[in-house]
Design a protein around this ligand. Sequence first.
Ligand SMILES: Cc1ncc(COP(=O)(O)O)c(C=O)c1O
Length: 380
Amino acid sequence: MIYLDQAATSFPKPSVVREAVADSFQQYGANPGRGAYAMSLQSSALLWQTRNLLAAYFRAPDPQQIVFTNNTTQALNMILQGFLQPGDHVLYSSYEHNAVWRPLMAMTDKGVLAEPFFPQADGSIDWQDLEQKVKPQTKLLVCLQASNVSGAIFPIAELTAWAHAQGICILVDAAQSAGYLPFSLLDIPVDFFAFPGHKGLYGPMGTGGFYVNPAQPLQPLLYGGTGSFSMQAEQPAVMPDHLESGTFNVPGIAGLHAALQWRQGQEEAILSHVQQLTQQFLKGVSQIPGIHCFGPAIDIPRAPVVSIVLEKIAVAKAAMLLEEKYQIAVRAGLHCAPLAHRSLGTLQTGTLRFSFGFFNTAAEIDASLAALAHLAKGDA
Ligand SMILES: Cc1ncc(COP(=O)(O)O)c(C=O)c1O
């Protein structure tokens, strides 16, 4: 099977990740922060080592401000629901995933005012339009770093400078960029940064997290056991306990820890291999008649995600044929991002999405292009 749905979750994971997960079950799978015995302490140490690696990877000023979650969706919900109050106004890009859109829409019932802004397909911003949307009660701007539909990259450094100049905080959804596009929180001091552990970072599913600026504290979404301050009725104020209630996914975090170590020394190789595959696919697919490709022009950098439609075959059928006849796994439809499809004009058709990862090869891209050349002719 040629797996080209890396945007959903990366596959395969490095063998060291699989081994680290198995080790945690076999060697020290006790609950971290819950006991003073060696196995629990080992789990606790693993959490801190992983937090430190994540902070170093994203150049976060303080590892204590990194919070573990089970995925990006949970991170985004914790930020949005922990930060916004009734009466607040929030600006969100018209490319956001349902992991942002749905919580925002649910919060409008509780008095939050959510308003979209409309970047171009290449990711560029209409600054005048954005400026006109600002209100005295605008508290937050939400923008993904890269679209999970088109791969377009949005100008987060400029958006952050702009938002901060207006006294607005910024939340970045790095679901499709973490591990594929470098990000330094020291250089681009966004207030909230949500990331998956299981996509471009190559950790197991069930891992993710976020960074929160200490100057913008969040209300917890969950209250409960933290293994600390057990006598007190109130949720501990100290980070990260404040936002981390309940038992952690220790096996998953063990895998994420191994994945972060595995990248060290080969970061450049990972980023450039994935960019090369994306370019190879883009160049090839743009030469096949009967296929339309969305997003930025070919030579403009993008996340390793490419969406297409075929003139002669609906995207769902194309995905089915790719799997049945060519053993190629891709995703068809709206990719949980109807807003992005509305922006790209593909809400009715959906798109066929190809997304690439470190373990894909140039030969796999060639095989996919050959399969697409057949399908584009209407040949099943
Ligand atoms: C842009 C974007 N945001 C959020 C998510 C949700 O991520 P997760 O699957 O880690 O919850 C995704 C998932 O693909 C995504 O592409």
